[in-house]
Design a protein. Structure first.
Length: 317
């Protein structure tokens, strides 16, 4: 993105306001009501977005420019009546559209983000990668997919998958830790939230070595996951301690919020699978990220095409 991309949005926004009855508001002071937030990356989308807004100006009360650290572009529209405008805009390729309440968590106030790990903070499912390294990849991956779709009980599926790792060399954990592929936008999102003193937590149905690695790498505040049993340098095919399941992850939102005295309205959660539904429901703002259909339907907002840099655009400056 060129340095002029934000300026182009600002110029075209002023032209739109000048040619219509739209009002402009400061993002921090949005009028009460239903808002539509737009986030995009391709500069070429800007002109098309403005044209569609001009054609639907009668549905819009006020508009604000959204500016974040990540380089993505954003607008907030306060609507009279959403009508067909969200669908009309969502048809544009790579444009994220979020129909939300104006009562969003505040970026500049103390907040909490609880993140899933596999396929959210990182690009892979660690259990599937460990299984592939242990030579049982195909049978484990099938069970993982069914669990993430919400077709299987999570704890039962976890124990069944881990059982197939019995006898594998424990050094596959270290090898995978050394090569964890971070999700696009993760580091930028974390940096922006940390610059506003947010608390950042991983709550994963995966395993402690991986969340611990990410906690250290990214400077996160806490991390929770399942502990694999290792005996004589081999995986025992078991987990020990309390299983980090869907309810555990949901409880992390409330428990960490209380421990750090994060006020109501400032607790956010993000994940991708059906087992994240209780967690996103426990948060004040629950976000689905490139998610399975059940979670996307349950979440307050769903990031469908862009990366994790979108998340700060779902918070009010």
């Amino acid at each position: 993105m060129t340095p002029n991309a934000q300026s182009l949005v600002s110029e075209q926004l002023q032209a739109l306001i000048g040619a219509s009855s739209l009002q402009q508001h400061a993002e921090a002071d949005a009028p009460d009501g239903q808002v539509l937030r737009l986030v995009w990356q391709r500069e070429g989308l800007t002109t098309e977005i403005m044209a569609r807004l001009a054609a639907s100006a009668g549905q819009i009360v006020s508009v604000a420019l959204l500016e974040r650290q990540s380089g993505l572009l954003g607008l907030e529209l306060v609507l009279k009546d959403a009508g067909d405008l969200p669908g009309h805009l969502a048809a544009l390729d790579s444009l994220e559209c979020f129909l939300l309440s104006s009562k969003l968590p505040r970026l500049g106030e103390p907040g909490l983000l609880v993140m899933d790990m596999d396929s959210t903070a990182i690009k892979i499912e660690c259990i599937d990668e460990l299984a592939a390294m242990a030579g049982v990849g195909a049978e484990v991956a099938e069970v993982t997919e069914r669990a993430m779709q919400g077709e299987l009980d999570f704890e039962q599926s976890l124990r069944a998958r881990v059982g197939k790792l019995k006898g594998a060399d424990a050094d596959i954990i270290t090898r995978l830790c050394d090569n964890l592929p971070l999700m696009e936008g993760l580091e930028a999102m974390v940096a922006e939230l940390k610059s506003h003193n947010w608390k950042l937590v991983l709550a994963s149905g995966g395993f402690t070595p991986f969340v611990g690695h990410l906690k250290t790498l990214l400077g996160l505040d806490a991390a929770f996951a399942n502990e694999l049993v290792i005996e004589d340098g081999k995986l025992a095919g078991e987990v020990t301690g309390k299983v980090v399941d869907a309810q555990f992850k949901a409880d992390v939102v409330g428990r960490m919020g209380e421990e750090w005295q994060i006020p109501a309205g400032q607790r956010v959660a993000i994940g991708d699978g059906a087992n994240d539904i209780p967690m996103v429901n426990a948060a004040d703002l629950g976000i689905a990220f490139h998610a399975k259909p059940k979670l996307a339907a349950a979440a307050d907002a769903a990031i469908r095409s862009l990366d994790l840099r979108v998340l700060p655009f779902l918070l009010r400056a």
